[in-house]
Design a protein around this ligand. Structure first.
Ligand code: ZN
Length: 489
């Protein structure tokens, strides 16, 4: 015992010594790593303008991009591009930000005035105060794609910076730094060891996949460096690419941070957070929550459904529970090939459904279902099809949104189910009119569909034919304020 104690003492003393030694090594290592990170940060700051950058009072980014519509193309056989124009005016002294975006045909804006955040819709002419928006979040992550802004963020968050190591990009050695900016995802920068310029910024997307922004064609304005060319990828797939990019230094703030006059408060949205099933008529049920809704028809021996969002199984269970009917889901009408509307295909496959679709969309359905689907699992519609003795009619409507968009008409109930066509998520009022609504009205007339109510994939609110007429009468062009430089001419 005694001996053991002596031995223990000796061992303990050795252990303490070894812990101290390890801790000293660790501190030395930490110092080395921290010193390395600090040295790299200093080099990057110098490369982007040094004192000029550090004394910067404000800047404005005017960024015109083209983005790819992966998963949301008009046709399943072609990739489309759309405008993604943005401007961000930043007042670093008063902590104000003015962000403007054109995404396809939609315009929107966000202003942080130093204290409060606001969202703007120039077409609807609405303005809403946001309790969540801050100076950091007001640009919806747009400044993560400006290398100069990344340097300012890195400088601010330098204490969080961690040196990861070196990596070669196209044969050039790059230092890799990880850091955590305030109210932002963790960012990893790949910094050219020779120039100190940022070649790439990476942030997490899904497990083991990333968003990457690549920077090139470095230029200067008033001694401040920025990349004139960028492109962005998500999970390795191209997302968007810069067409033109301008960085103004100490810009004119006259037109910025001003709230538009005469704008009203946006309409109140419906709370869709609870999964709910409703009986619409004798044989027709509706179920869903958030952005995913389906309509189910009780065809006697089985159900037929329209609306293929994820949680199809939950919606079906809710309908069976409400109707106290336990029958299989035999058919599912797949509206169109867009990835969100195919997110329930795996569930549909597991439920054993037969997919009602068009020939062009079979591959997209198979890809989304991620299980082998034999040819006899598909029933093809060529323009128009009828099921359950004509109680369920399916009509293909090629429109602005998709090459094939199958509408499902429950004839006795006079209910039409559509996806991305005619719906409202507001408590009151009707949607703003679009060309598609005019075409829809025409299409229904041609088909002889006597529609009383419109059901939809993205809302449980039913709209009427009078609502559609009201929307059509209220068709207004998309607005882009005259003082926005990013408007599409
Ligand atoms: Zn769609």
């Amino acid at each position: 015992m005694k001996i053991n104690s002596g031995l223990m003492l000796l061992c303990t003393s050795l252990m303490v010594h070894s812990i101290v030694a390890t801790a000293q090594n660790q501190t030395a290592n930490n110092n080395t790593t921290q010193d390395k990170a600090d040295a790299i940060i200093n080099k990057v700051v110098a490369a982007y303008g040094g004192d000029k950058l550090l004394s910067l009072k404000g800047f404005k980014l005017i960024d015109k991009r083209k983005a790819f519509r992966h998963g949301q193309n008009h046709s399943p056989n072609e990739t489309d591009i759309f405008h993604r124009h943005a401007s961000v005016t930043v007042d670093l002294v008063k902590q104000r930000k003015d962000y403007r975006l054109i995404r396809g045909t939609q315009t929107s804006g966000q202003i942080f005035d130093g204290k409060h955040g606001y969202s703007i819709d120039p077409t609807a002419q609405t303005l809403s105060k946001s309790t969540k928006m801050t100076f950091a979040t007001a640009d919806n992550k747009r400044l993560l794609h400006l290398d100069t802004a990344l340097v300012l963020m890195l400088k601010d968050a330098h204490k969080s910076a961690e040196y990861i190591g070196e990596q070669a990009i196209r044969g050039l050695v790059h230092d890799v730094l990880k850091f955590q900016p305030a109210q932002s995802p963790e960012l990893t920068l790949f910094i050219n060891q020779q120039t100190g310029q940022i070649a790439q910024m990476q942030r997490p997307y899904r497990k083991n996949t990333y968003y990457n922004t690549h920077f090139s064609e470095f230029t200067q304005n008033q001694g401040i460096t920025y990349a004139a060319s960028t492109y962005q990828t998500k999970g390795g797939k191209s997302l968007n690419i810069t067409i033109t990019r301008k960085l103004e230094i100490s810009p004119d703030f006259t037109q910025a941070f001003k709230l538009p006059k005469g704008y009203s408060t946006p309409k109140q949205g419906i709370d869709f957070s609870t999964m709910k099933a409703t009986k619409l008529t004798d044989n027709v049920y509706q179920a869903g929550r958030y952005g995913g809704f389906s309509v189910f028809y009780d065809a006697g021996e089985y159900f037929i459904a329209a609306g293929g969002y994820y949680e199809l199984t939950k919606r079906f269970e809710k309908v069976k529970e409400l109707s106290k009917l336990d029958k299989p889901l035999k058919y599912l009408v797949v509206s169109h090939h867009h990835d969100d509307h195919l997110s329930g295909m795996k569930e549909a496959a597991d439920l054993g459904v037969n997919f009602i679709t068009v020939k062009d969309n079979i591959d997209s359905i198979r890809e989304s279902a991620k299980v082998a689907l034999a040819d006899d699992r598909f029933t093809l519609v060529d323009n128009q099809g009828e099921f359950a003795n004509g109680e369920v009619k399916v009509l293909d409507f090629e429109n602005e949104h998709a090459k094939h968009n199958l509408m499902t008409y429950f004839s006795s109930a006079k209910i039409l189910f559509t996806a991305d066509m005619y719906f409202s998520r507001d408590v009151l009022g009707v949607p703003r009119g679009e060309q598609t609504h005019k075409d829809l009205k025409q299409k229904l007339k041609q088909a002889g569909f006597d529609v009383a109510q419109f059901a939809a994939a993205h809302s449980s609110k039913l709209l009427t034919m009078d609502n559609l007429d009201e929307s059509i009468a209220n068709t207004v062009p998309v607005a882009c304020p005259a003082h926005w430089e990013i408007c599409v001419k």
